[in-house]
Structure formats: structure tokens, C-alpha cells
Design a protein around this ligand. Structure first.
Ligand code: A2H
Length: 252
């Protein structure tokens, strides 16, 4: 882990219909909250990752919204004064990631009206919130996990994922000079022969390459900050999301 506390942006991904274990929470508004270091990439969200075997809980935020995340993240949020602790009415629901697969979500900034929760085996219990937003254009991990689901019907079936749910493509959102018109994560994965989320060592290398280039040389090619350097507008996008009630800040 890095030095000192990491500041994440928690992206609020609204659950469109409350089914199964989440049904008892109605009429509350329920969000999966994804921790990201790259709020400026939210234009390219195509889906949301959960660890199928991780445990998730629901908690009530200060504003009355219900959040889904790991217990560990909930504890950290409580320390950071983000939760409504006096609440005694709300049932706390506990569930496994696999029970939430295929949930329809509404996420900020992305052009996809609905995105789905999908399984990723490398989601860590002890990082962020255990909920990860997927930007396959700019994150090799996300790209690799998405092609696994596209290529492996048995993997989809195991978690009740339909072809429609993975019928998404990386969205070009950031221009990196070195990659020309190519989208960074897919092209680096292809150049390095990465075919699956199991190619772990190669993915570490790919991630570093794409991350550094995107952050330091990238220019946004979509949205209201189009034409601006990623470095210059990262904070502005984060603030805009927070102001709109679509994100919160979280230290860990
Ligand atoms: B980032 P750090 Cl486009 N398990 O968001 C695995 N990965 C997790 C996680 C967990 N529990 N929680 C967060 N993450 C991911 C976007 C993104 C991210 C892009 C490019 C790079 C990138 C879209 N996914 O991260 O180890 C999240 O993915 C590269 C570092 O705490 C989060 O930001 O520094 C990042 O890892 C946090 O990683």
C-alpha cells in the first residue's frame, strides 16, 4: 500500500430496481458506492465490478441514502462522519457479491443509461469500498475482466450474467499522444498479449503504463472539459460530482 491516506472519490451508482435482499429497503434510494482515483474517467463507465464471494452490507448515509459496500469501508465511513448513526429503523442487509450480480445501475457522466454489476475475481476486500467502477478504455484490469466475460459463456452462466449485460464497448474519453487514435487500455492489452484477468503480472505492467500516460499526458476528449489536460480538470470534475450529490470524498 502507498504512503499516507489515499483520497478516493466515491461514485454513487443508483440501483434502478430494488430486488431480492434489497427489496426491504424501499422506498429508500440505494447506491452501490465505487471508490476511484480517476473521477475524470467516469465518462467511460461501462459496468460495475463486485467480488462475487465478498460480503457486502447496507448502511445509511447522512443524507438518508442507502449505500452498499464492505463492512470495513462502512466502519471507515462511520469514523469519517459520513453515516447516520442514530438510525434504528433501517434494516441492515448483508449479502454476498454474487447475490447482486446483474443489478441495473444509473451512474454519473457515462453515456450508458444503464450499466450492470458484473463479477471480477480480483476485487479486494481491503481496498476502497469493495465496489469498483469499470472504465475499460483506461483501466487494463477493467478491460481484461470485461473480455473474460465476453469470451466465456460458462463464466457468465455461473453468475447469471446475460450477453446483453456485457454488450458494452470501451468509450474513447482520453487522448494520449503516444497511443495516437487508439484507446489506451485495449491497445496496451493487445500489444502485451493480455487475454484475461488471470494475466496478473502483465496487467501490473500494463496498468502502470496506461495510468501514468493517462494521468500526465492525457487530454479529455468528451464532456464539458473537452480539450483540457487531465491534470488540470481532475479536481474540478470531482467537485462537480460532489456538488451534484453524485459522489462523496473518502479517505483511506
Ligand atoms: B480506478 P489503489 Cl480508469 N479491488 O478507478 C481492486 N481494485 C480496486 C478496488 C478493490 N477493492 N477498489 C478500487 N479499485 C481500483 C478507475 C481507474 C482506476 C482507471 C484507471 C486506473 C485506476 C476505473 N476502474 O486505478 O491501489 C479502482 O480503479 C489504478 C490505480 O487504491 C481505483 O481507481 O491506488 C484503484 O483501483 C485504486 O487503487
Amino acid at each position: 500500500e502507498g504512503v499516507g491516506p489515499q483520497e478516493y472519490t466515491l461514485i454513487k451508482m443508483r440501483v434502478q430496481e430494488l430486488h431480492g435482499k434489497l427489496a426491504s429497503l424501499a422506498p429508500k434510494v440505494v447506491f452501490l458506492i465505487a471508490a476511484t482515483l480517476r473521477p475524470e474517467t467516469m465518462y467511460g463507465q461501462t459496468n460495475c465490478w463486485l467480488g462475487p464471494d465478498l460480503n457486502y452490507i447496507t448502511i445509511e448515509a447522512k443524507n438518508g441514502d442507502v449505500y452498499v459496500c464492505t463492512k470495513r469501508a462502512a466502519r471507515n465511513m462511520a469514523y469519517q462522519g459520513m453515516l447516520r448513526v442514530e438510525n434504528k429503523v433501517l434494516p441492515i442487509v448483508e449479502m454476498k457479491g454474487y447475490e447482486l450480480m446483474g443489478t441495473k445501475l444509473t451512474a454519473p457522466l457515462t453515456s450508458y443509461k444503464t450499466i450492470y454489476t458484473l463479477p471480477m475475481m480480483t476485487v479486494k476486500e481491503d481496498k476502497g469500498t469493495g465496489v469498483v467502477t469499470s472504465v475499460p478504455s483506461d483501466a487494463p484490469d477493467d478491460f481484461a475482466a470485461l473480455i473474460d466475460l465476453k469470451n466465456k459463456p460458462a463464466l457468465r452462466e455461473k453468475y447469471g450474467i446475460t450477453e446483453e449485460m456485457v454488450n458494452v464497448e470501451p468509450v474513447p474519453i482520453i487522448d494520449v499522444p503516444e497511443f495516437g487514435t487508439l484507446i489506451s487500455a485495449p491497445s496496451v492489452c493487445q500489444m502485451m498479449g493480455i487475454k484475461s484477468q488471470n494475466d496478473k503480472e502483465k496487467l501490473v505492467e500494463a496498468k502502470e503504463k496506461v495510468y501514468l500516460r493517462g494521468c500526465y499526458e492525457g487530454t479529455l476528449i468528451i464532456g464539458e472539459f473537452k480539450g483540457k489536460k487531465v491534470q488540470e480538470i481532475k479536481k474540478a470534475i470531482q467537485e462537480k460530482l460532489v456538488k451534484a450529490g453524485e459522489a462523496e470524498l473518502y479517505q483511506k
